[in-house]
Design a protein around this ligand. Structure first.
Ligand SMILES: Nc1ncnc2c1ncn2[C@@H]1O[C@H](COP(=O)(O)OP(=O)(O)OP(=O)(O)O)[C@@H](O)[C@H]1O
Ligand SMILES: [Mg+2]
Length: 230
């Protein structure tokens, strides 16, 4: 089943073109890697698909509903209930502990305090960082903080995870290990993932790789996995 369908996405920032007409289908449970050189439009595409940014032209459909023209209120409700987002720097709230950070998305969808904390602790344990539950972000290593941010992105059990260079701030091994864990959690839950990455090993966890070049899909499809092997 197709969960996200994008057709003819065009986006420019003033006179700087970013996307030139991208078509994309994301199936339920599919892990899609988006790769390509810096400035090729990867983040812009991800933001359009997640309903964070409105394209100048083209359409985005999520689960049969038009997303790009939906109201901000509708899009943000959908993001909270159905989407998880994870960025290069985890962006944890520095005044809150790990457990409080992870519980936050649940509280925002109306869950109770006790229940939210319990679920948050379960997800911290799944990500291997139960021991920092009561630590503040400033007291954690970069890897621990990113695992907490990952727990926060997954705690609502989203149908789609959008991740933009989620391990860019970690060393190679820590990053690959975390993405391997995310991929196996996604497979267990039939969660779809759109994963922007420069790392061919990380792209290797995906079912498919979409290569962008100057705001278009690279017609050669010569992804980083293949390029790395040449
Ligand atoms: N907020 C912005 N204002 C102006 N131009 C922007 C903005 N964001 C992106 N751009 C431009 O749009 C194009 C696509 O940028 P985008 O951030 O989508 O690329 P990217 O593939 O994610 O790059 P990177 O790998 O460096 O993160 C680039 O030319 C970039 O300079
Ligand atoms: Mg980017």
């Amino acid at each position: 089943m197709t969960l996200i369908q994008a057709r003819g996405l065009v986006k420019a920032y003033g006179r700087t073109p970013a996307l030139h007409g991208i078509d994309l289908d994301l199936a339920e449970g599919e892990i899609l890697a988006v790769t390509g050189p810096s400035g090729s439009g990867k983040s812009t595409l991800l933001h359009c698909l997640a309903g964070i940014l409105a394209p100048d032209a083209g359409e985005v459909h999520y689960d049969g509903r038009r997303l790009d023209t939906a109201s901000e209120a509708t899009r943000s409700r959908l993001r909270r209930s159905d989407f998880g987002v994870l960025f290069q720097f985890g962006m944890l709230v520095s005044e809150l502990t790990a457990a409080e950070n992870v519980a936050l998305p649940l509280l925002l969808t109306g869950a109770g305090r006790e229940e939210s904390r319990e679920t948050a602790l379960t997800w911290l344990a799944r990500l291997g960082v139960a021991d920092v539950a009561d630590a503040l972000p400033g007291q954690m290593s970069g890897g621990q903080a990113q695992r907490c941010a990952t727990a926060r992105a997954l705690v609502t059990e989203p149908r789609v995870l959008f991740a933009d260079e989620p391990t860019g701030a970690l060393d190679t091994l820590a990053g690959e290990e975390l993405l391997g864990l995310v991929a196996s959690l996604a497979r267990e839950r039939r969660m779809s993932v759109v994963l922007v990455t420069h790392n061919p090993v990380v792209a290797g966890y995906a079912d498919r790789e979409l290569v962008l070049l100057n705001g278009s899909v690279d017609p050669t499809g010569l992804g980083s996995t293949l390029r790395g092997a040449l």
